[in-house]
Write a protein that binds this ligand. Sequence first.
Ligand SMILES: *Cc1c(COP(=O)(O)O)cnc(C)c1O
Length: 343
Amino acid sequence: MQHFASDNYAGICPEALAALIEANNSGHEPAYGDDSWTQGVCDRIRDLFQTDCEVFFVFNGTAANSLALASLCQSYHSVICHELAHIETDECGGPEFFSGGSKLLTAPGIDGKLTPDAIEAIVTRRADIHYPKPKVVTLTQSTEVGTVYSVEEIRAIAAIAKRRHLKVHMDGARFANAVASLNVHPSEITWRAGVDVLCFGGTKNGLPVGEAVIFFDKALAVDFAYRLKQAGQLASKMRFISAPWLGLLNNDVWLRNARHANAMAQLMAERLEGIDGVKVMFRPQGNAVFAELPPAVAQALRNKGWKFYQFIGSGGCRLMCAWDTLPETVEQFAAEIRALCAA
Ligand SMILES: *Cc1c(COP(=O)(O)O)cnc(C)c1O
């Protein structure tokens, strides 16, 4: 049975699995990232972004975000993020812990997005020594509510950041879905728009495990390898984290996976919009649909075995589509909601 709880409920996509098996069959290789697979994937990522960047691999997104942010901050600094940001709500204080105390300063914003004004308001609120000095602004692309920052929005935020001497970090756990949605080159919403560091998610796009941390400003990556090692994020058999990326990068499988997941979210939204008693809360641009369902309907769906999260507002259900979500699953889920709402 397929579920809509998270895109990390899905398995490994065939291309990533094939690359993993190929790496396993290739014999002995040096450890700790000195292997040919890891070097090759780093080069592929540099090619993809059309720039000379520093690339690191970690086990998960919490480590990627926490350690990337820690490398941008001193303990007395602060990080500006949206109030729904994963780093604020779902990382158990990881960014604060690994940075040795950097505080997260949250701002509200419609559609899960920070705005230049919200950032400006936080930066100018205080300038005294008693306030943690703002040092980083972080954007989630695509956002926690399934929307996407446009190229112009990112540029505008990066412009404010530059003026206020803030670094720009991007939580790209669903970066692929944003690139697919915007139909732009990945550089256009990262370094060409002013992003300094990207946490490029692989897990939710079809990898078994692993995210890439990409420093477009290479100076910021100094000693990052030590930070990873200390945090327990340096994989000794790193090729098994890096090699599956080849499966995603070859033939743009990462974009195909993301386009498919996005299309399934579109289908879900279309089906739900026609149902009396159901409200789609945000215009889906990535692979998530948020819908308000009557509580009895949500409960009945759970009783039938469907899994999905309900954590935004009252009655807001997050329906997340993955690289392998079948249209039939969406149709069946929507049909069950329709029937329950009519009953
Ligand atoms: C899933 C996710 C992450 C990474 O979470 P892990 O469970 O630590 O891999 C980071 N940011 C966002 C927005 C996510 O959805």
